[in-house]
Design a binder for this molecule. Sequence first.
Ligand SMILES: *Cc1c(COP(=O)(O)O)cnc(C)c1O
Length: 362
Amino acid sequence: MDLRATRAEISKAALKNNLAYFRKLIPSRTQLCMAVKANAYGHGLKSVAQIASPLVDAFAVATVSEAIELREAGCKQEILLLSAHTPEEIPSICQFQISPFVSHEHFIQLYQEEASRIGCQLKLHLKIDTGMGRAGVLPEEAPQIAQHIYSSANLVLQGLCTHFAVADETGEESKAYTLGQLAIFEKVRQKLEAQGTAAKLLHAANSAATVQYPETHYDMVRVGIGAYGYYGQTQPVMELKTRISIVKQLPKGHKVSYGCTWQAPRATQIGILPVGYADGYSRLLSNCGQVLIDGEIYPVIGRVCMDQFAIQIDGLENPLGKEVLLFGRHPELNAHSLAAQCRSISYEILTSVATRVPRHYI
Ligand SMILES: *Cc1c(COP(=O)(O)O)cnc(C)c1O
């Protein structure tokens, strides 16, 4: 076990509760797919998959290497590959039975050749760009591509799917946009059914749509951020913690950290924390972040460095070695509140927690 003071504590109970919450939201025939891309949103791919495995029907990743890591950890569920891959990765996709999202017709021939060569059936998910403007084929291209998949002996049209651009935003305009995307998706679905090339599973919803738009649940939902506690009635799974490693009493006027951007307004006590931007604690929190010790908030002072930063801890007794919460299950100190200070989103705060930070599963 890594004994470093800085660590990410991952609550198994919180993760299980969050998945149970999403399971309850969806119809019993609807599958629950959990997005575990980017090292399970920073929570640790293999361990999260092990904890979640009995509670989900499928996993979703962004890269082939993430999918292989899951297979090598013993994952038996379907693994959806959400992002684009290279032609060179197709042999691995077939070997490890990974289900790619199709955004280009010319890949279908390549999948068919490799699947036929090794004698397997490969599941494909045809993704429709209904207004996200990222991956996926345009709606009018879908019927022909579906035909192509149907006429390829070693390929299965496992899914027809889309992705929403503003499902997490409130307001009438966003709602209209999301329902517009859904209407386009419905039309494609009807066309494929009419020409006899229906997909086995329809899926569209991310966490936000799963919570806000029950009409998007279809046969499967793809839940990411909500499983980690940052959407819906869920609780944060990760707590980033450290301990005060150095304590000192600074005289009035003493400066702190690179750039000398902070100066003691009076004689003051400071603590140094052995965590920095290389651990995922953003440099944008310099002189504005906050931490929690014994239930009290203390300010970050001076610039956050690569491996350490300072906090002002006047009045804190016996500070050396005290536990410090950087973010976690706290109403004012979580990935969402940090993100607000960094002009970012909870996703980026979570996925920024570096691999050198040990994860403790408790
Ligand atoms: C990441 C991702 C999801 C999960 O999104 P959340 O907002 O984290 O729930 C669903 N679908 C696709 C295509 C994704 O890339």
